[in-house]
Design a protein around this ligand. Structure first.
Ligand code: NOJ
Ligand code: CA
Length: 721
């Protein structure tokens, strides 16, 4: 043994002098990534058309000292025991053991998506490294696509590194230029923020002290940002930094070095402050740098999905897109309540439901649910979500109650069997709601029974939620343990053929390719904030670049009534025009699409509601026609089943005009039904002013469209026979 170590040590000394550089080109030759090893320090860089995009940036880790006997460090013939409480750098003193190159080109078919075929084409470089004094191995795999770079760390199994703990990942993203950045502040617990736009060099100045997380004692609290981070160089190149395939690892945030316009990884810690618990062989998620010559190309990039593993399920016949309504907005807006016991004078301790006298505010009651079922079924929806159906709402969110919900006991005025029978008799399904109140162990305790109950009553989709601080205390929503929990919930659900839409879970990283029953996530500021003070216009023109880069969002569009005050005394105003809400069905891609307002509000605008009924939710083709982050997005999509084209767009607080070439249409004449803001529409004072016109068009036509301030539009096309 000893002789072998000496030989390795000698080899290491010989290799040290040489600097290594290995480069890789994208299939179209426009991108070039390089790996370098300079005096033992690994780095990477990225160029687009020979121009620097990412300057040499550090790769590596800070690891916690190891306890295990197999991880002892040998210095010559002496054994040095590592101190479990100290850390060491796994970012230096490496030697190059060699590298491997390969290319890949395939086209795969997603179960649902923005298109029915996705090309996955890249060149790959796999670098093998060994840390000279610890003999520990590190592989770094680079994949270079036409639309960007992905790299990940791989830790081969070897006797020197078995179990280990990550103190921090040191990956850097040193931008070559000071870019414009669209960002939300770093937070270990929520992504529900509006976006700030400023130069990277100015992030610190603009850093609003509005973090709701618990990381105030760290540099993260003044310059941490979340991914996906959208950037634009002064010469108009679009760069996006995110991660792909986040599995068994903490969520990556970025710490900005404003002076150097550079970022470095900052992983979400666990309750003890450590970040990742690993066992070789293992790997990190992919770190991604997408590069696009236009905003529209950035939106069309499928690199994040491509970096995820193929579908893990053999049978996917039970997974399908869902258009749904919900007994929901009336609670969010404050017109109703989740809580059956709202009327009860005493709500402390265990509640005796037999003594409760609901005051009529409990929305999920048999009569109200039947009314929604009737409306949703009559208008062709697939499902109806019902929140507040089960015991536990009296003690939820931040009451620190461990055993809060059991997910199987309905409130006395919710007849689960009768309502499911009624819904099924009308051809729709009920959608389950599992608000966990972030008592995560409690959810895992009850999960099998909860899914079994769904299966027994014929529910095939669940919306889950993680509101409030995580229980057990001290854990964060985005730590490794929680990341594992969210995926566990999805893979367990698959065993019962259940589709999952998780709100407040970690933001998606393309895992829906591998686990397509993950049909939605919220994990960003969604429509609910229109009832919590309002959302600034422009939010839905930045989400497609950022939050949606990793997967679809359950944004819950379709709010037709802006005036919440007159409706239910809520002072919030919905900051969009009605046509903006229609445009969202195209702009906010999701195979799970809600019509979020109440039947009463839709009944007042049945002509506009027709678009929500008509619009498809699964596509064979998508074309981003005009886009600029946080300003506007216009996209045309072709329905997978019918082949029908739809078009839609949204703008920020500025009114905008476009002449939209309809060259995506096939041969023939079409009737376009155009839902547009009226000339005097405005999100603030005249949001419900719209026109619906039918015009004859062909692929040669250019459709003039004006979107009002905070407005949008939607079009459906029908081929003339
Ligand atoms: C927050 C979710 O985003 C919202 O949709 C849900 O109604 C509430 N939590 C209650 O679970
Ligand atoms: Ca939420």
């Amino acid at each position: 043994m000893k002789i072998l170590f000496l030989t390795l040590a000698l080899l290491a000394t010989t290799a040290q002098a040489a600097d290594i550089k290995e480069s890789l080109s994208s299939p179209d030759g426009k991108l070039e990534a390089s790996f370098t090893l300079t005096e033992g320090v690994p780095q990477y860089s990225l160029k687009h058309c020979s121009k620097d995009v990412i300057l040499p940036s550090l790769l590596g880790f800070e690891l916690r000292g190891n306890l295990k006997a197999e991880n002892l460090i040998y210095e010559g013939d002496k054994v040095r025991k590592e101190d479990w409480n100290s850390c060491y750098s796994f970012a230096e003193n490496f030697e190059f053991l060699g590298c491997e190159r390969s290319s890949f080109d395939e086209t795969w078919e997603p179960v649902w998506g923005e298109e029915d075929h996705i090309r996955n084409n890249y060149n790959e470089l796999l670098v093998h490294l060994k840390q000279k004094d610890t003999y520990r191995l590190l592989d770094i795999r680079f994949r270079l696509f036409d639309d960007g770079l992905g790299f990940r760390y791989e830790f081969p199994a070897n006797q020197w590194l078995g179990y280990f703990v990550i103190k921090e990942e040191l990956s850097e993203f040193a931008l070559a230029q000071d870019c414009t950045a669209w960002w939300i502040p770093g937070d270990y617990d929520t992504q529900e923020y509006e976006f700030t736009c400023c130069k990277v060099s100015e992030i610190k100045e603009h850093f609003r002290d509005n973090m709701r997380g618990n990381s105030s004692q760290t540099p993260f609290s003044t310059s941490g940002v979340q991914t996906a981070l959208q950037l634009k160089t002064p010469d108009g190149l679009y760069i996006n930094i995110h991660e792909a395939a986040l599995v068994n690892y903490p969520c990556m945030h970025l710490l900005a070095d404003c002076e150097k316009h550079s970022f470095r990884a900052w992983l979400t810690p666990d309750a003890q402050g450590w970040k990742g618990y690993m066992q070789t062989p293992c790997n990190t998620p992919w770190r991604t740098v997408q590069v696009a010559e236009s905003a529209e190309k950035q939106l069309a990039s499928r690199m994040i999905l491509n970096l995820n593993e193929p579908c893990a399920y053999e049978d996917v016949s039970w997974i399908h897109p869902v258009k749904y309504m919900g007994v929901w907005w009336e609670m969010i807006a404050g017109a109703g309540s989740w809580n059956y016991t709202d009327a009860a004078p005493i709500r402390l301790g265990e509640f005796d439901y037999s003594k409760a006298t609901p005051n009529g505010r409990h929305s999920a009651n048999n009569e109200r649910v039947r009314y929604y079922i009737d409306f949703a079924a009559e208008h062709g929806f697939d499902a109806l979500l019902i929140e507040g159906w089960n015991e536990g709402w009296e003690d939820w969110a931040n009451c620190n109650k461990d055993y809060v919900f059991d997910f199987v006991t309905p409130y006395p005025d919710f007849d689960i069997k009768a309502l499911n029978d009624y819904a099924h008799s009308k051809g729709i399904k009920l959608m389950m709601h599992h608000e966990t109140s972030s008592s995560v162990r409690n959810y895992e305790r009850h999960m099998q029974a909860a899914y079994q109950l769904m299966s027994d009553y014929g529910y095939d989709s669940v919306k889950s939620g993680y509101v409030g601080d995580i229980l057990p205390h001290g854990e964060y929503h985005y730590s490794q343990w929680l990341v594992n929990h969210y995926l566990y919930a999805v893979t367990e659900a698959a065993k019962y053929h259940i589709m999952v839409n998780a709100h407040e879970a970690v933001r998606p990283t393309g895992l829906c390719r591998t686990y397509p029953n993950l049909i939605g996530n919220e994990s960003a500021m969604g429509t609910e904030y229109q009832a919590f003070g309002g959302i600034k216009p422009g939010h839905t023109a930045i989400l497609p670049f950022t939050r949606l880069n990793g997967g679809p969002m359950d944004y819950t569009p379709g709010i037709f009534e802006n005036n919440l005050k007159d409706w239910c005394g809520n002072n919030s105003w919905v900051n969009t025009t009605l046509c903006n809400q229609l445009g969202l069905y195209l702009v906010m891609y999701s195979p799970l699409q809600m019509a979020a307002d109440t039947p009463e509000h839709y009944l007042e605008h049945m002509d506009a509601f027709q678009f929500i009924k008509d619009v498809a939710i699964d596509w064979s083709e998508s074309r981003y026609l005009f886009a600029e982050p946080q300003d506007y997005v216009i996209v045309a999509r072709k329905a997978k089943e019918s082949g029908q084209w739809f078009l839609g767009g949204v703008t920020d607080e500025k009114a905008r005009e476009f002449k939209i070439p309809l060259d995506f249409l096939g041969k023939g004449k079409y009737i376009a039904t155009v839902y547009a803001d009226a000339p005097d529409a405005h999100y603030k004072n005249n949001p419900k002013a719209y026109t619906i016109k039918k015009v004859k068009v062909t692929a040669k036509s250019k459709l003039p469209i004006r979107m009002a301030e905070g407005g949008g539009f939607a079009v459906s096309f029908e081929l003339c026979k």
